[in-house]
Design a binder for this molecule. Structure first.
Ligand code: PLP
Length: 370
């Protein structure tokens, strides 16, 4: 049989597939290790609410029926919690899907989309798939350069992404800077503030964007059940925005984009305040522990407000990643995230954090001949 390459859309040719954090199962298979610690994808190391498990088990009975496409019960509950109208909420197959819906709906060939360099890579990929041009503005000390992003606006700008806290650096933008940015950006440009790690942030400098939705018809806020609620595998997140934008996104979305188990688990999770509070507190303790131990090793890191830390090294992050992997600790090498000499580590349980620190210490001692 002769192989004939079927032409691919031009936009797709240059795109590289997303490289996710290495799954535990893959490392077990490859290295034959029993106990693996995965601190690579900013998942919740404390699992998920028992209320969500109960709800999923009950919902399993309905598996042969399609779910409700707009997840109305969940949307209503979120609307009550957030004190906004249900018409301003769209549920997605992860907030990943809401990003995709936004670019698919609004980006045309050669439209420009402004984002930080570096930030969550799915913005760039989706823009490229849809034929747009990413305009990447370097971070300043790991923080979005909102002034630089504002100055990058041209008549071709269609969309701007602000990731707050930013993945991979964990930094937040200053409250008043973000407020005035939201006020200044022209209303025909969609301004997307990605708050995937919203629940983890405890800082007076963090802007509550939700009350601004009413005044700014171009503002979109993204949140997710994948992080603090620990439902990453179920794929459920949401976008908050003007109802007129949602009416357009709905035309593009798959009819049954969020499944029954995800809807039920997310619905029940919203009632488990002690679970959320406990995760926030443990994350805070874990972050302090890691920061202390890393500082003792003479290492520095970006000031994180999320459930991960980006650690600066004086050697390629890839080397440390590979050495940690051999010891059964999976983290992310900065070279895949735009910062060569860094690693990004998710804040784990106390035991996982200790194992990461012990392994890193061992590697650094060996490298320095100590
Ligand atoms: C900043 C940011 N946005 C969005 C997502 C996507 O989350 P999900 O699709 O699981 O809701 C992630 C996941 O890591 C993220 O870090």
């Amino acid at each position: 049989m002769t192989f004939t390459k079927i032409p691919v859309r031009q936009n797709i040719e240059s795109i590289r597939p997303y490289v996710s954090g290495k799954p535990i199962e893959e490392v077990q298979r490859e290295l034959g290790l029993e106990t693996i610690v995965k601190l690579a994808s900013n998942e919740n190391p404390f699992g998920y609410s028992p209320l969500a498990k109960e709800a999923m088990l009950a919902e399993m009975e309905q598996t042969s029926f399609y779910p409700e496409g707009m997840a109305p019960a969940l949307a209503e509950k979120l609307a009550r919690k957030l004190k906004i109208n249900k018409d301003h909420i769209i549920l997605g197959n992860g907030s990943d899907e809401v990003i995709r819906l936004l670019t698919r709906t609004y980006i045309q060939q050669n439209d420009e989309v402004i984002m930080a360099d570096v930030t969550f890579p799915r913005y760039e990929t989706n823009v490229l798939i849809d034929g747009g041009t990413p305009v990447k503005i370097p971070l300043i000390n790991g923080v979005h350069d909102l002034q630089g992003m504002y100055e990058a606006i041209t008549e071709k700008t269609r969309m701007i992404f602000v990731c707050n806290p930013n993945n991979p650096t964990g930094t937040i933008v200053q409250k008043e800077k973000l407020r005035s940015f939201i006020e200044k950006v022209p209303k025909h440009i969609l301004l997307i503030v990605d708050e995937a790690y919203y629940e983890y942030v405890d800082d007076a400098e963090y802007l509550e964007t939700l009350p601004l939705l009413k005044m700014h018809s171009n503002l979109v806020i993204l949140r997710t059940f994948s992080k603090i609620y620990g439902l990453a595998a179920l794929r459920i997140g949401y976008g908050l925005m003007d109802a007129s934008i949602i009416q357009e996104l709905v035309k593009v979305k798959e009819p049954f984009n969020t499944n029954r188990l995800a809807q039920a688990a997310a619905f029940a999770s919203l009632d488990d305040h002690p679970f959320v509070e406990n995760c926030v507190r443990k994350n805070e303790e874990g972050r302090r522990y890691l920061e202390n131990e890393l500082s003792k090793m003479g290492l520095t890191f970006f000031p994180s407000h999320a459930n991960f830390l980006m650690v600066k090294l004086n050697q390629p992050g890839r080397d440390i990643f590979e050495k940690l992997l051999i010891q059964g600790v999976i983290i992310r090498s900065g070279h895949l995230l735009g910062y060569e000499n860094t690693i990004r580590v998710t804040i784990g349980t106390p035991l996982e954090n200790e194992r990461f620190i012990a392994s890193l210490q061992h590697i650094i001692n060996k490298t320095s001949g100590a």
